[in-house]
Design a binder for this molecule. Structure first.
Ligand code: HPA
Ligand code: ZN
Length: 336
């Protein structure tokens, strides 16, 4: 296979940084708004897309929280997740770990149970019909207080066995990991793995705090770590994966353009980088478009692309037998 696009498309890969609410395509947003009689400020798919011009994370988050207001019933969460999983499977994503933002729904009066039942049913259907493996990661919204995160963790406990990890997302600046150290401590004591968005817009110290205070096993984004060689050395030494989201960084103006993206630099430094879509419906592409555009702009080699895919399985929170099976499929693909 000489065509890089074909190679990327067929390459087995894992996606570890995808907010399910960020996979809500404008078409589904309008359809669910009609089904649930939710009033949106947009009259057409084109109007929704035209609004997606962001200059920073907060610009995006304001529209992201508005968009998710159309999600009300268990079936809505099912429809959202199964649509993402079908697209992911078609892109040869063999394992997906999916973030969800329960507080974005419970704050609007939707029950935790409605959200998790719909998502869970989609994940199980995808495992059965698409042959993927999946996991759910509960994210706390960091612009809310720690007490709200604590209540959310309590609400999740009846579904403890459906959730592999907890994470931290939303507005990073001014909301350091230290704000959530107690709830993360409790989550770890309950057996959850932990991750956190850090160094997307926030400083390198937030990456350090995520490691030291939240005990995270992966850093979501992590770009700011590159500003501190000591921190890079620590991430390399401890093989802490970074779930990097190239199109997201471009669209939220974390980098001026794709040619300036640090993905290749990360690999050259020995960091365990992976490629992910973050909020594909808002940022103009799913995981393969992220691979493709990074490839085109940065001149990634085939070896580097395979390393990124291998990292994605190695960084996954699945059990070892599953991980080995995915890695063997990747090796077989590369050999063939
Ligand atoms: N960053 C922080 N919080 C988020 C994002 C993101 O890119 N997407 C959804 N919640
Ligand atoms: Zn994210």
């Amino acid at each position: 296979m000489t065509d890089p696009g074909q190679f990327i498309a067929r390459l087995p890969k894992a996606e570890l940084h995808i907010h399910i609410e960020g996979s809500l395509e404008p078409e589904m947003m309008l359809a669910l708004a009609a089904r649930n009689e939710v009033r949106l400020r947009y009259g057409s798919v084109e109007a929704v897309r035209a609004a997606y011009r962001f200059t920073n994370l907060q610009d995006f988050l304001d529209l992201y929280y508005q968009g998710m207001s159309v999600l009300r019933e268990e079936q809505d969460f099912y429809d959202l997740a199964i649509a993402y999983l079908r697209r992911a499977a078609a892109q040869n994503v063999r394992h997906a770990e999916i973030f969800f933002d329960p507080q974005g729904h419970t704050e609007r009066g939707i029950s935790f149970e409605t959200v998790i039942d719909g998502l869970w049913r989609a994940l199980k259907d995808a495992e059965r019909t698409l042959g993927m493996t999946t996991g759910l990661i509960l994210c706390f919204l960091r612009h809310l207080d720690e007490a709200s995160a604590e209540r959310t963790l309590d609400e999740a406990l009846p579904w403890r066995d459906r959730i592999i990890a907890v994470g931290l997302d939303s507005s990073e600046k001014g909301n350091p990991p230290s704000k959530f150290q107690h709830v993360f401590r409790r989550a770890r004591d309950l057996g959850f793995l932990t991750v956190a968005h850090a160094g997307e817009e926030g400083p390198p110290d937030y990456v350090r705090q995520a490691l030291d205070l939240l005990g995270v096993r992966r850093i979501d984004h992590g770009n700011a770590a590159l500003r501190e060689p000591d921190l890079v050395a620590r991430l390399v030494r401890d093989r802490i994966p970074l779930t990097v989201c190239p199109l997201s960084n471009v669209r939220l103006c974390g980098v001026p353009d794709m040619a300036a993206h640090p993905l290749r630099k990360m690999l050259q430094l020995g960091l365990m980088a992976t490629v992910n879509s973050d909020d594909p419906a808002y940022f103009g592409g799913y995981v393969n478009e992220n691979f493709q555009q990074a490839h085109d702009a940065l001149g990634l080699t085939r070896e580097e692309i395979v390393t990124l895919a291998r990292n994605s399985f190695q960084a996954a929170f699945c059990d070892d037998a599953v991980k080995q099976r995915h890695l063997a499929a990747l090796d077989a693909f590369v050999k063939a």
